[in-house]
Write a protein that binds this ligand. Sequence first.
Ligand SMILES: Cc1cc2nc3c(=O)[nH]c(=O)nc-3n(C[C@H](O)[C@H](O)[C@H](O)COP(=O)(O)OP(=O)(O)OC[C@H]3O[C@@H](n4cnc5c(N)ncnc54)[C@H](O)[C@@H]3O)c2cc1C
Length: 421
Amino acid sequence: MRGKTSPMVIVVGAGPVGLATALSLHKRGVPVEIVERDDRPGTHSNALALHPRSTAMLKEWGILGSLEADTLQIKNLVYCDLNGPRYNLDLTKIPGQESGLLVFGQDHLEAALIGPLEKANVPIHWNSRLSGLNQSEDKVEVHLEKLIESMSGYAMARLEWQVDREITARCRYLIGADGHFSMVRRGLGIDFPKVAPAQSFAVFEFKTDYAHNNEARIVYTDEGTNVMWPLPGGYCRWGFEIDESAAEKYSREKDRLFVQVGNQGYRTLESSMLNELLATRAPWFDGSIERFKWRMIVRFEKRLAPRFGRDRVWLAGDAGHVTGPVGMQSMNIGMKEGRELGNCVADCLEGNNETAVLEAYNSKREMEWRAIMGLSKHFSVRDETDSFLEHNVDKLFGSIPASINSLPQIADALGMDLVSV
Ligand SMILES: Cc1cc2nc3c(=O)[nH]c(=O)nc-3n(C[C@H](O)[C@H](O)[C@H](O)COP(=O)(O)OP(=O)(O)OC[C@H]3O[C@@H](n4cnc5c(N)ncnc54)[C@H](O)[C@@H]3O)c2cc1C
């Protein structure tokens, strides 16, 4: 960390949420540093679409500009079944959603957020793992392990990470944006209970000549929800919901440094599985299947922390919530709350009432995520609601790209009401 001067705030985790949080703190003039256990940014596209609000945030930060050429705009969400399209949701006609969704791989997003942080000399300490924390009335003591790579193994050499040295740093506030297995959350003793059953997806990203028409397709079949996202550069991603038991041996741990060498080293899915899944769930898909970028099974749990922090230590992003991927909510709402938390902490450092500001952050998170996860809100059908949507109303609620602010407008565009449950 910065020699003798402690940063006001330490953010744990250089994922999209940690980076957005640090940038918002920096924009408010707060000295901030990031610690990240990995040795570089993510190299995987994981979450791939930005909600209009996230796009606006990046624009406001002057980040999007030159990158826009590598993005793809999704204007329509087309809800389908086995036989093809059944309902078209034109996002550009929904108030607040006019810019549609911007498809933009998470790896590019992280690189785009790192650029201005580096330019502003905000330190990002790679290979630095948080191992514990203690908070007192006026500060947080943060225990870090500096990791180095070492070679081990006899017949087969392998690289391993070892603790080189331990460091204790101090800050006024600590923000945990350290993902679903958050050490910060565990350090606070905050639970992370399951609130709904997990969903697993077989995901394939491949080159295709499919004519996407700037639409993403969400396909409801007896097996669950399946989704097709067109990607920039002539690629697409298909995700097929699969039975839990087929996926339980795979961890949800994000492999940020995923590199596949040939066909070895990592479990991948057979291409025949893609053919079979397309034939049984989306036989109308007429795109070619060319070079695979990646293919794997990902398990998405649905968990929500009962609190988003306390006193001087607060959480944002997957550290506080995880949900299914179709609505792209984890990352987008996570970045929004990271920015909000950055502003709240900046307000506290400027002398605002700490308890009021941070407890308000906590209540908003609880309200938003309980709604998004269908624990406090749901759709109610009207007389005129499309029968296909009515039949799939439960699946639909988890597969719209909505935040708490856009839920009512999107419900209305779908011909439904948003009601409390
Ligand atoms: C294969 C895959 C596909 C996905 N697809 C989608 C999708 O389609 N839509 C969607 O919305 N979401 C998707 N997600 C989820 C999405 O990637 C996450 O919601 C998003 O990354 C959350 O951002 P975050 O910054 O909160 O956490 P993360 O991106 O997990 O970042 C947390 C960071 O903290 C670091 N860290 C963890 N512990 C420590 C520690 N002790 N010390 C220091 N650093 C630490 C980690 O290395 C990591 O860099 C997908 C995830 C995966 C794995």
